[in-house]
Write a protein that binds this ligand. Structure first.
Ligand code: CDV
Length: 311
């Protein structure tokens, strides 16, 4: 029996530093309403979708740093997204930067939530693979300070049975790591949602600049195929405060094929109707994990972190 879901990647163009949360939420609401008009069940916003991507700047003042984070979800500013979900009957995935107080200690995470059609938060993920560096590197044209501003996520990669399918999340750099996909695959995931902020220029490895779009799609298409899952992958694209970011937001089938893709680097909806049952042939044959996996030979994956060449 087909199990169709109409899905949208809601690509965002740049968010200027000066744009308020309320203004950004208006942009998100516009995309949500368009998606609802096009019959979408679920819309996927990018990583850190409420602000400019501040890890690109060195920030010393703690109050200034905190101002980029959300201390509650929903909040006054984001409540309209939850109301729109209920009103239009559309689920959403939202990336944002989360500040919590635990035992009197501030904790900061790069977070994403999954909200169902009734406006309830059904899932939360905190980014595990944090790229970049923790120190100030002024010689670079821009910083990548995720290792300074965020803690490694502590929720693992969970999957949730919701909205007619099994759904999971990852965030940006996670998509390049097959382990993240496999942990979701082992929970029977049928739809992975992820957002990204990926600069066109990598100061540490400039030779890959022309390959940024290729590597983006390569890792996500491989992850979908090897785990028999759909994915909705959403960029914050375009030139944001002097940093050019790739677009290429897309919807990928369990075959690994891209079924719909953004044409611009601005605000743009990418929509496709996806039969979640199309995952089954992959999960039941080539990637029937129960029949074919050999975890006794995979121990090194969890026992060793860095690679060690033989003597
Ligand atoms: N936000 C990210 O995680 N960006 C990284 C860049 C910095 C390499 C990415 O993997 O796209």
């Amino acid at each position: 029996m087909p199990r169709p879901l109409t899905l949208a990647a809601a690509q965002l163009g740049p968010i200027p530093r000066s744009q308020s949360r309320a203004e950004v939420v208006q942009r998100l609401l516009g995309l949500m309403r368009d998606a609802a008009k096009r019959g979408c069940d679920l819309i996927v916003f990018p990583e850190a979708a409420l602000t400019a991507f501040f890890p690109h700047w060195w920030i010393e003042d703690e109050a200034e740093l905190d101002s980029w984070f959300e201390t509650s979800m929903p909040s006054n500013e984001t409540a309209p997204l939850f109301e729109e979900a209920r009103r239009s009957g559309i689920g959403f995935h939202l990336g944002y930067c989360e500040l919590t107080l635990e035992g009197g200690r501030k904790r900061r995470f790069n977070t994403a939530i999954l909200v169902d059609k009734a406006g309830r938060i059904v899932g939360k993920y905190r980014k595990i693979h944090l790229p970049g560096h923790a120190d100030h590197q002024p010689h670079r044209p821009f910083q990548n300070l995720e290792k300074r501003y965020f803690e490694v996520g502590d929720l693992g990669w969970r999957a949730w049975a919701t909205m007619g399918g099994v759904m999971g999340m990852m965030i940006c750099n996670d998509r390049r790591w097959p382990e993240a996909w496999r942990v979701l695959g082992l929970q029977g995931v049928e739809l992975v949602m992820l957002g990204y902020n990926t600069p066109q220029h990598d100061p540490a490895m400039p030779q890959t600049d022309p390959l940024q779009d290729f590597h983006n799609h390569l890792s996500m298409q491989a992850g979908c195929y090897a785990n028999g899952t759909w994915a909705v992958c959403t960029a914050k694209a375009g030139e944001e405060e002097g940093v050019m970011q790739i677009g290429g937001s897309c919807i990928i089938a369990p075959s690994g094929q891209i079924v719909a893709q953004a044409l611009t680097r601005g605000d743009e909806l990418v929509v496709a109707t996806c039969d979640l049952d199309a995952c089954r042939p992959y999960k039941e044959t080539m990637f029937n994990f129960a029949r074919h996996r050999r975890p006794e030979h995979y121990r090194m994956i969890v026992e060793r972190t860095g690679s060690v060449a033989p003597d």
